[in-house]
Design a protein around this ligand. Structure first.
Ligand code: HEC
Length: 312
């Protein structure tokens, strides 16, 4: 209820007050960072940046003068937070309200409120996907309570804000997330360090613990051995060989995932397959595929479609 009130108050502040002839929602280009701050941020963060604004929030806004920025304190990091907001908190996104220049100015102003500390770039703790995909390797914490940790994991983050979590000992897609990517607090430990997933799960493939997806025609599971990770345009890819228990090769697969939006987001898991021995795809529960589950010798593609959970 309180939350609802604060949000509607926020909307009111942004769009509702002032003279009807002078809508507050249209900041002018020449506005300084401080003016933008006063108009759009001070109600929550306080005029002086102390975190005490006029709006009551169920979660306190950040005090900038104390300098505790958990998403990095460079102007770039602050701009990014301002642009996209912090999902799940009252911090709203301003991408549709302010243009890049205004965001840069207000972020510079916010930065100036903080004590002069050494700048911590966001990259030091959080990997941020910008225009290109990022592939991170490391230990995956259990995707859900009660599931196992995977010491070898790969997470692919694409610029569209979706990320894909794979176990890498036997390549299997475990979960699909949306939002921020990965933080790696202790990256010094050379790949063995745990990755912290920051996005929200929108697909848990077979409860986060899928069986092998490929088998021989007789139903013997094939091992999916990681060969390489790569990028293809704005997608991260993962390639693997399908091997039987004697190491006999059935196929090489290059996989990428992309989102498409119909009434809600669908994820397409696209497999480009080079087959030397026919095999079978065992579709994970709650997915559909465009073509036959039997894959013949030669080159083929298969697209597996995952429906995502609603956003709430
Ligand atoms: C409706 C209230 C509200 C408004 C308006 C608002 N913020 Fe926030 N902001 C918050 C809250 C709450 C948090 C803390 C979120 C959390 O719990 O991590 C926050 C966090 C932040 C952070 C993250 C600091 C960190 O930890 O790294 C930045 C940067 C920020 N706000 C900038 C701004 C800017 C710039 C504006 C104006 C353009 C603004 N905010 C407007 C509520 C608001």
């Amino acid at each position: 209820m309180k939350h609802f009130l604060s949000i509607s108050l926020f909307t009111l502040l942004l769009f509702g007050c002032g003279e009807p002839s002078q809508p507050v929602a249209k900041p002018n280009k020449k506005q300084t960072g401080k003016e933008t701050y006063t108009m759009y941020c001070a109600m929550c963060h306080g005029i002086s940046g102390d975190g005490v604004g006029t709006v009551t929030l169920d979660r306190p806004a950040r005090s900038f003068i104390d300098g505790g920025f958990s998403f990095g304190n460079t102007v770039e990091a602050i701009s990014k937070t301002t642009r996209s907001g912090i999902p799940g908190t009252p911090m709203p996104p301003f991408a549709d309200v302010l243009d890049d220049e205004q965001i840069n100015k207000v972020a510079t102003y916010v930065r100036s409120l903080a004590p002069t500390v050494q700048e911590v770039d966001i990259e030091d703790t959080e990997m941020v996907v910008r225009n290109r995909p990022i592939v991170a390797r490391g230990t995956l914490p259990p995707v859900q309570d009660g599931l196992q940790l995977h010491p070898r994991g790969v997470v692919v983050g694409n610029p569209d804000g979706f990320s894909y979590e794979y176990r890498a000992d036997d390549v299997r897609l475990l979960a699909i997330r949306q939002g921020r990517f990965v933080s790696r607090a202790d990256w010094g430990a050379r790949g063995g360090s745990p990755l912290t997933m920051l996005g929200k799960i929108i697909v848990l493939v077979v409860g986060g613990n899928p069986q092998p997806m490929f088998t021989t025609l007789n139903g013997e599971p094939l091992h999916a051995q990681l060969v390489a990770t790569n990028t293809l345009g704005t997608y991260g890819t993962i390639s693997y060989d399908l091997l039987d228990k004697n190491g006999g090769k059935y196929a090489t697969v290059e996989e990428l995932c992309k989102s498409t939006t119909l009434t809600r987001a669908l994820i397409e898991q696209v497999l480009t397959i080079n087959t030397v021995k026919p095999f079978q795809i065992q579709l994970p529960n709650d997915t559909v595929m465009d073509e036959s589950t039997t894959v013949p010798i030669g080159t083929a593609t298969r697209t597996i479609i995952h429906a995502t959970k609603g956003s709430e």
